[in-house]
Design a protein around this ligand. Structure first.
Ligand SMILES: [Zn+2]
Ligand SMILES: [Zn+2]
Length: 114
């Protein structure tokens, strides 16, 4: 497995970014009515996003699965028909996310696909 990174990206300089589990970041008022969801998602832990179906992007973006969504993509960020690559692209900021860990491994910069 290689890690796709564009030249000039600061992956070596700054801390890695991770998306999060939306259910692990729900406001308290939802915790009362959705305790089962929250308990289930606590179970997969923050670093095991392969078992999570409700992504929440980095704070700067804030996109989630029910907003702009996340789409299977290839290492270069182009859309893929299936999730075989194990990568997802944020529908908001177009970060490329490694599904298994939730780690941001790149970003589509040109917005060519609108
Ligand atoms: Zn989750
Ligand atoms: Zn995003």
């Amino acid at each position: 497995m290689s890690t796709p990174l564009e030249p000039g990206q600061d992956a070596g300089a700054g801390p890695a970014e991770f998306i999060r589990c939306e259910w692990q970041h729900k406001p308290a008022e939802l915790a009362a009515t959705h305790a089962d969801f929250i308990a289930a998602h606590r179970g997969h832990g923050p670093g095991n996003m392969g078992d999570c179906d409700t992504f929440l992007c980095v704070p700067e973006c804030g996109n989630n699965t029910s907003s702009d969504g996340f789409f299977p993509c290839r290492a270069d960020g182009s859309e893929s028909d299936d999730a075989g690559e194990g990568l997802y692209r944020c529908g908001g900021c177009k970060r490329i996310i490694e599904q298994a860990t939730g780690r941001v491994v790149g970003r589509v910069l040109d917005g060519g696909q609108g």
